[in-house]
Design a protein around this ligand. Structure first.
Ligand code: ATP
Length: 366
């Protein structure tokens, strides 16, 4: 695990474990979140994202380990005594209160007087551009407007940390992108630390300063979106991102960073920059991203791996072509439509795939 030490951490999880009965939902997690950082937590379903967030919110208590918020150990501290409001996918707005009353609610609970409450609530409704709906009932709002009310309600107490659990997943695609922009600029303008759980890679990678990838209660990798995208640590992360081809083999020749790796598909040159130390005979797993694969029509003596086209998926200006090798592995190639029309591409046709040795990334955690 890459441990990012932040001198100005606002959140620190130190050996945090969460068990439900005999089931371990979170296994000894250690990480820090910097003040003002936007941290996204991603991972497969059931990997412990929400549990981690709930422990930060004080809705669940860790079985082991310590949670520190702004220099204070908060284990056992009730959720209402913490400065960590949470925004949910379901929003949990009060349907019987108006927009303004919803936003005023947490101030009222904290004993803030009426005049100040109204002023602060209206200020946040204005910031979220929903002041005109202040007197409406929640049921009279659109999904995006409700989302803004939920944000205003969470932010009105001016917390240092905002916890968000899939806040945009109920919105349609168009609104999602708009709300992403709202959240991003809000977070940067206010300098509030965001901890954001999501299933969506595009949300995490477009908004977060750093992303945590979890699987089965463990952290697989923490890093900036660029680091994770370009240098996944292990097979889990590479597969989770889904944009690379993964090859395994043995190191058969080595001269500095220039490695030769023997796989079932043949021997490949791998430029192993930033790779861990390996000796001849060691197992090596490397990735080549789908967009760095080159294709040429199959047949003849063209170098590379021969594979058969099994499917194609349009992704905007590009397409991902799925292929199967003679040994049954699935490979993928992402190319512009123009490039794809230059080869004879149809289901069942055979292509040759090759790549540059410097396009290879050796997975250090394998
Ligand atoms: N109160 C509970 N009692 C027992 N098991 C629980 C409880 N809460 C969560 N779990 C289990 O802990 C694991 C982690 O759950 P969690 O909600 O944190 O996952 P998640 O990563 O947020 O998943 P999803 O993406 O599906 O929301 C799951 O296997 C879940 O079934």
């Amino acid at each position: 695990m890459t441990m990012h030490m932040n001198t100005d951490a606002i959140v620190k999880l130190d050996g945090v474990v969460k068990q439900f009965g005999t089931f371990t939902a979170v296994e000894r997690v250690d990480f820090e979140i910097g003040r003002g950082e936007f941290l996204a937590i991603m991972g497969s379903s059931g990997c412990g994202k929400t549990t981690t967030l709930r422990m930060l919110a004080g809705l669940d208590d860790p079985t082991e380990g310590d949670i520190w918020l702004d220099g204070e150990r908060v284990n056992g501290k009730a959720t209402w005594d913490r400065d960590t409001p949470m925004v949910w996918q379901s929003l949990a707005l009060f349907p019987f209160l108006t927009v303004q009353e919803n936003v005023e609610f947490s101030l009222k609970m904290r004993g803030v007087g009426k005049t100040e409450r109204i002023a602060r609530a209206r200020n946040w409704l204005d910031k979220m551009q929903i002041l005109e709906f202040a007197d409406r009932n929640i049921s009279q709002l659109s999904g995006g407007q409700r989302q803004r009310v939920a944000l205003a309600r969470a932010l009105v107490t001016e917390p240092k940390i905002l916890l968000l659990d899939e806040p945009l997943s109920a919105l349609d695609a168009h609104l999602k992108v708009r709300m992403q922009a709202v959240l991003s600029s809000l977070q940067k303008d206010l300098g509030i630390t965001f901890v954001y759980v999501t299933h969506s890679m595009s949300e995490a990678f477009s908004m977060a300063d750093r992303v945590v990838i979890m699987s089965r209660g463990k952290i697989e990798q923490i890093g900036s979106p660029q680091e994770i995208y370009h240098a996944p640590r292990n097979r889990f992360v590479a597969e989770f991102l889904g944009s690379s081809n993964i090859f395994t083999g043995r190191l058969v020749e080595k001269s500095g960073d220039d490695w030769l790796v023997e796989t079932v598909h043949g021997r490949f040159a791998v430029t192993a920059s930033n790779a861990p130390a390996k000796s001849l005979g060691d197992a090596v797993t490397f990735t080549v991203s789908a967009e760095n694969m080159h294709i040429s029509p199959g047949g003849g003596d063209t170098p590379g791996i021969r594979a058969k086209v099994v499917g194609e998926e349009f992704v905007g200006a590009t397409a991902i072509v799925f292929l199967e090798t003679e040994t049954g592995e699935e490979l993928k190639v992402q190319k512009s439509h123009v490039e794809l029309t230059s080869v004879n591409l149809h289901p069942g046709s055979t292509l040759n795939l090759h790549w540059e040795s410097h396009s290879c990334h050796v997975l250090p955690g394998e």
